[in-house]
Write a protein that binds this ligand. Structure first.
Ligand code: ZN
Length: 150
């Protein structure tokens, strides 16, 4: 394992042990639940959007290390960002964990989320890594049905 991979693992472990933005917003129209039956991951996302900005964002859930770290790092990365940044980042993140390369990806800044690139070597983990993102999309779109990866 390279030093870089170890560093990435440390970032992910840190977020698994100390999840950021853990909790729930009571008074918001933007919330959704998601689950990944394949692994048993569950996540609930709630957020507040003001003038196209993600002003507050929280998650709650139970799941494997990858799903928890992904939700935690997603909320940390997107808090204070524009909705359009969410859509760009989600696409870039999805390409990253599925091992796809898009020529436009290089222009999308994803910061520490690059730590998830190792997921591309474990296709069964892709759903763990993307569950929070699909659930956030549902929350933004005020979708009532729970999200499921199956
Ligand atoms: Zn999982």
């Amino acid at each position: 394992m390279s030093d870089l991979d170890e560093l990435y693992q440390e970032v992910i472990l840190d977020h698994t042990k100390n999840p950021r933005n853990y909790g729930k917003l009571e008074a918001t129209i933007h919330q959704a639940e998601g689950n990944n039956p394949l692994c048993g991951d569950r996540v609930a996302i709630s957020l507040k959007i003001d003038n196209g900005l993600i002003n507050e964002i929280y998650f709650e859930g139970k799941g494997c290390a990858i799903s928890t770290a992904s939700a935690s790092m997603m909320t940390e990365f997107l808090k204070g960002k524009k909705l359009e940044d969410f859509h760009l980042t989600f696409e870039r993140f999805h390409n990253l964990v599925t091992g796809k390369v898009n020529s436009s990806d290089q222009f999308v800044e994803i910061g520490k989320l690059i730590a998830f690139r190792g997921v591309a070597d474990f296709p069964v983990r892709v759903k763990c890594a993307t569950l929070a993102w699909h659930t956030l999309k549902a929350a933004i779109e005020k979708q009532e049905q729970p999200v499921t990866t199956e």
